[in-house]
Design a protein around this ligand. Sequence first.
Ligand code: NAP
Length: 294
Amino acid sequence: MSNSPDKIIILGGKGMLGTDVASECKSRGIDYEVFDLPEFDITNEHQLLSLIHPAHTIVNCAAYTNVEKAETETELAFRVNAEAVRMLALSARKSDAWVLHISTDFVFDGTSDKPYTEKDIPHPINAYGRTKLAGERLLTENHCHYCIMRVEWTYGRNGDNFINKIIQKARTLASAKPGEAGQKEMKVVDDQIGSPTATTEAARAICDLISKKPTGIYHFASQRYASRLEVARFIAEKLNLGVQLAPCKTSDFPSAAARPLNSRFDCSKIRPLLNGPIKPWQVSLEEFLKQAQS
Ligand SMILES: NC(=O)c1ccc[n+]([C@@H]2O[C@H](COP(=O)([O-])OP(=O)(O)OC[C@H]3O[C@@H](n4cnc5c(N)ncnc54)[C@H](OP(=O)(O)O)[C@@H]3O)[C@@H](O)[C@H]2O)c1
C-alpha cells in the first residue's frame, strides 16, 4: 500500500457497508484502500499496527455482525467488535490518525418511547449489542481522535438484510402452488420500529464526515420511522409481490438474541455536518428496489 497520508483505509471494506463506502470514495475521487478477511484480520495486532502507521483516516466497518450466533460465539464477537477496536484506538493514537468507527442501534434496549439521542444511556439486551458497546467504550477510553457513527436497519446490495429477506420470502410464497407453502400469507412484526437505511446513504454521510473529521458519537438513519410490517407492505406494493402481509409480534418468533423494539434515532446532531438533507426511507428504498429490478 502507498504511504499517502490522505488515503482512506476502509476496514471491513468488502462487507455490505464497506463496499458502498469504497464506491462513494471512488465517485468522489477520494484515495482509498480496502482491507478485509481473509487477507486482513482486524484481530491480528501486527497486521493492524503495520497498516495504521502511515494512515491518517481509518473507517472501521469491520465487525462480527451475526446477531443470533453472537449469543454462542460471544468470545469471537468480542475479539472483533471490542478487543480489536481497543488495538485500533491505541495504534491510531500513536500515529495521530482519525478513526471513524461504525456502531449500532443495538447498544440500546429499545424501551424508550422516544427516538434515541447520542446522550441516551446505552443498555444492550443481546451479546452482539454488548460487544459493540464495549468497542465504543474501548475506543473512547483510549483517547484517540475518534468519531462513532451509529447506524440502524441498514440494507445494501452486498449483504444479507431485512429488505432482501422480505423479497426472497415473499417471492417463494407467491410462486408456491397451493398446498406447497401453505397460504400466501406472510407474517411480519409490527412492534419493531426504526428507519430502514440504505448503505449508499450511510456511505455518503461517512464521506461527508471524513471531510470534517468531527469528534464524538453521531446517529445516522433515514428520515421518518416505520414498523417492519410497514416496510414490508411498501416493498410488496412497489414490487407487486402478490402476498398477503399479516401483523405479528417479535415474541412470536423464538430467537436466541433479544431485539430492541424501538430503534428510532434522533439525527439532529449529525445533520449540520452533512452536505445535503437526509432522505426519507421511502425515497432511498424505492431507488434501491428500482436498481435491484434493472
Ligand atoms: N447490518 C445492519 O443492519 C447493521 C445495523 C447497525 C449497525 N451495523 C454496523 O455496520 C457496520 C458494517 O456492517 P455490515 O452491515 O456492512 O456487515 P457485514 O457485511 O457483515 O460487514 C462486516 C465486514 O467485516 C468483516 N470482518 C469480520 N471479521 C473480521 C476480522 N476479524 N477482520 C477483518 N474483517 C472482518 C466481514 O468479513 P466476513 O463477511 O468475511 O465475515 C465483513 O466484510 C458494523 O459495524 C455493524 O456492526 C450494521
